[in-house]
Design a binder for this molecule. Structure first.
Ligand SMILES: Nc1ncnc2c1ncn2[C@@H]1O[C@H](COP(=O)(O)OP(=O)(O)OP(=O)(O)O)[C@@H](O)[C@H]1O
Ligand SMILES: [Mg+2]
Length: 265
């Protein structure tokens, strides 16, 4: 069951261009948190409708278990007038949110999924705000795998996401998306305490390029975190469908991100 402790959580969201390694680095952060036992209650919100964080940790989650799946059923019930009229809609959604929670021994996970049929996840995106508001206070730490697009940022949640990690690879588009995301956070007045820039699959000799780019962004919330290398073992884990949380603590990528994550937490 959900622990009703009512806390102000630390909320860390990962963003960046498609395929740069957001989900991978989020799971590495989860591994770090579980290893160091820094936080007792941890929630992972997979807000990306396309790629499942669950896949990376070898967890099978059916569409019916996702928020999108639950909302589809709910919409159907409303159309068929199977919902009692005297129950407030928010209360119904809230109960569906708690129902979608997948509880594991050491952390919980919630998959936003996609709203079926329409091919659009905007309604799920709206529900995301609600999910964060309803669930976050039960946890000490919330990690959000944000969709590759920027839609998520256009909706401010009641709870402030304290940290944003923007992941980029060593590409012009990756860097462009990074600057764009920082711009969008200003436009929609999102109150991040820190915006961290993390280079992934980055050649060591390119570090300075990213650092200079980060320094050029005149926003005091923006901090250059560092770069991490391409790692064959990580790539293999993904290809073979192995649980990334089980990668060795001596893995070079894990070792180098751990150093950075100690700064964020
Ligand atoms: N440092 C790394 N070394 C080797 N492979 C990596 C590294 N980081 C990520 N990958 C691989 O790159 C691919 C994309 O990574 P990932 O799914 O984490 O990216 P993403 O940004 O979450 O993508 P999407 O935008 O599709 O959600 C995966 O195959 C993953 O295993
Ligand atoms: Mg992803």
């Amino acid at each position: 069951m959900v622990k009703k402790a009512l806390m102000t959580p630390k909320i860390i969201s990962f963003s960046g261009k498609g395929g740069v390694g957001k989900s991978t680095l989020l799971i590495m952060l989860l591994k770090y948190v579980l290893e160091t036992k820094k936080f007792k209650n941890v929630l992972v919100i997979d807000a990306d409708p396309d790629a499942n964080v669950a896949d990376i940790i070898g967890e099978e989650i059916t569409f019916e278990q996702t928020i999108g799946g639950k909302m589809t059923v709910l919409k159907d019930k409303i159309t068929k007038r199977q919902i009692p009229l005297d129950v407030p809609k928010n209360q119904i959604i809230e109960s569906e949110v708690f129902d979608s929670l997948i509880e594991r021994n050491d952390f919980d996970i919630i998959e936003m999924g996609r709203s079926e049929g329409s091919g659009c996840y905007c309604s799920v995106n709206n529900t995301l705000k609600h999910v964060i508001d309803v669930l976050a206070e039960n946890y000490e730490l919330v990690l959000i795998d944000a969709p590759a697009g920027l839609e998520y940022f256009a909706r401010k949640t009641g709870k402030d996401v304290t940290d944003l990690v923007i992941v980029t690879d060593a590409s012009k588009m990756g860097l462009h998306t990074t600057s764009r995301i920082v711009e969008v956070t200003k436009e929609v007045e999102l109150d991040f305490q820190n915006i961290w820039i993390l280079g992934n699959k980055f050649p060591t000799e390119m570090e300075q390029v990213l650092k200079e780019k980060a320094d050029k962004i005149t926003d005091k919330r923006v901090k250059f975190l560092g770069i991490v290398p391409y790692d064959e073992e990580v790539s293999k884990f993904n290809l073979m469908g192995e649980n990334l949380l089980k990668i060795s603590n001596n893995n070079p990528l894990y070792a180098s991100v751990s150093k950075y994550y100690a700064k964020i937490l």
